[in-house]
Write a protein that binds this ligand. Structure first.
Ligand code: GDP
Length: 333
C-alpha cells in the first residue's frame, strides 16, 4: 500500500517494513516531508537588492527575472534632477505563486546611486540601510514577541558593472569593499549585448582579476559534495566560472525563429534574453531561484547577520563594563 500525502508525488513508506527490506520501520524517514509541508504552508521570502549606476538595466533585468512589472509607478528623473538627487532606497514587494508555492519577493533599489557629480561615499546610505535591517531584526529577536518577526534582511545584492568601462571603476571597488562584509554581492556585467563575445570574455576576466586584486569578497558558491554526479559538478563549475554574469534584459517579447521570446530587436537581428549562447541570464536566474536561494539566505543569517550581531554584543558589553567601572570609581571617591 502506498499512503501518499498528496504533494509532489512523495509517498510515505509502510509503518513497519519497507518493501524488500526486513528492517523495522519507525517512520522518521517522513521528516523531510514534514519540513517540506510546513515550509510550503508558511511560504518563502527573499529580499534582493539591485545596485549600480542608473540606466544600466537594473529594473529591466528584475522584471525579466521574475516576469512581473515591479516598477509600474517608477518616475524617471531628468539629468538635472538626478544630479541633485541623493541616493535613496526604495522597496517593491510582490507575492508570486508557482505550483502552490508562495514566494514573497522584495526588491530593494538604490536610485540615485552614482548619479551625482561627486560620488564619494555614495555607498554609505546603502550600507546604512542593510545595517538598519540587521538592527531591526536584532531588536525583534531580543524582544518579547519573537514568533512573528518580519525579516527584512537583504539576502543578495546584484551589483551592476558598466559594459563601457575597462573593468571596475573606483566607485565599483569602493561600493563592493564597503558592502562585502554585510551582504552577498553577485557582480553583473550589464547590457552584454553591447559587447562582442570576445569583449565579454576579456571584460569578465579583467573584472575577476580586479576583484581578486582589491580583496573584494563576492558571494562564494558553496563547494559541491564529492558524491554529486559528474553533470552536476560540471554545471557547478560553469556557474563559478561565469562570474560576473553577463546579462541582457528586455521587457518586450519578439518573434525569433518562429517562437515568441523575450529579447531585443535590432536592425541586424535579435538578441534573446534566455538564450545561453547570447548571455548568462538563464544561469543567473537558475542560481538565484532554483539552486542557491536558500544558500544566500543561510549565508546572510550565519555570516553577515552573525558578524553584525557579534559587533553589537561586543559594543554593548564594552558599554556595560565602562559604566560599571565608572560607578565603581565614583563610589570609591
Ligand atoms: P535602471 O535605471 O538601471 O533601472 O535601467 P533601466 O532598466 O530603466 O534601463 C535603462 C535603458 O536601458 C532602457 O532604455 C532599457 O530598455 C535599456 N536596457 C535595459 N537592459 C538592457 C540590455 O540588456 N541591453 C541594452 N542594450 N539595453 C538595455
Amino acid at each position: 500500500m502506498d499512503r501518499s500525502l498528496g504533494w509532489q508525488g512523495s509517498s510515505v513508506p509502510e509503518d513497519r517494513t519497507e518493501a524488500g527490506d526486513d528492517k523495522e520501520y519507525v517512520g522518521f524517514a517522513t521528516l523531510p516531508n514534514q519540513v517540506h509541508r510546513k515550509s510550503v504552508k508558511k511560504g518563502f521570502d527573499f529580499t534582493l537588492m539591485v545596485a549600480g549606476e542608473s540606466g544600466l538595466g537594473k529594473s529591466t533585468l528584475v522584471n525579466s527575472l521574475f516576469l512581473t512589472d515591479l516598477y509600474r509607478d517608477r518616475k524617471l528623473l531628468s539629468a538635472e534632477e538626478r544630479i541633485m538627487q541623493t541616493v535613496e532606497i526604495t522597496k517593491h514587494a510582490v507575492d508570486i505563486e508557482e505550483k502552490g508555492v508562495r514566494l514573497r519577493l522584495t526588491i530593494v533599489d538604490t536610485p540615485g546611486f552614482g548619479d551625482a557629480v561627486n560620488n564619494t561615499e555614495c555607498w554609505r546610505p546603502v550600507a546604512e540601510y542593510i545595517d538598519q535591517q540587521f538592527e531591526q531584526y536584532f531588536r525583534d529577536e531580543s524582544g518579547l514577541n519573537r514568533k512573528n518577526i518580519q525579516d527584512n534582511r537583504v539576502h543578495c545584492c546584484l551589483y551592476f558593472i558598466s559594459p563601457f568601462g575597462h573593468g571596475l571603476r573606483p566607485l565599483d571597488v569602493e561600493f563592493m569593499k564597503a558592502l562585502h562584509q554585510r551582504v552577498n554581492i553577485v557582480p553583473i556585467l550589464a547590457k552584454a549585448d553591447t559587447l562582442t563575445p570576445l569583449e565579454v570574455e576579456r571584460k569578465k576576466r579583467k573584472i575577476r582579476e580586479e576583484i581578486e586584486l582589491f580583496g573584494i569578497k563576492v558571494y562564494q558558491f558553496p563547494d559541491c559534495d564529492s558524491d554529486e554526479d559528474e553533470d552536476f559538478k560540471l554545471q557547478d563549475q560553469a556557474l563559478k566560472e561565469s562570474i560576473p554574469f553577463a546579462v541582457i534584459g528586455s521587457n518586450t517579447v519578439v518573434e525569433a525563429r518562429g517562437r515568441r521570446v523575450r529579447g531585443r530587436l535590432y536592425p541586424w537581428g535579435i538578441v534573446e534574453v534566455e538564450n545561453p549562447g547570447h548571455c548568462d541570464f538563464v544561469k543567473l536566474r537558475t542560481m538565484l531561484v532554483r539552486t542557491h536561494m536558500q544558500d544566500l539566505k543561510d549565508v546572510t543569517r550565519e555570516t553577515h547577520y552573525e558578524n553584525y550581531r557579534a559587533q553589537c554584543i561586543q559594543s554593548m558589553t564594552r558599554l556595560v563594563v565602562k559604566e560599571r567601572n565608572r560607578n565603581r570609581d565614583r563610589s570609591r571617591n
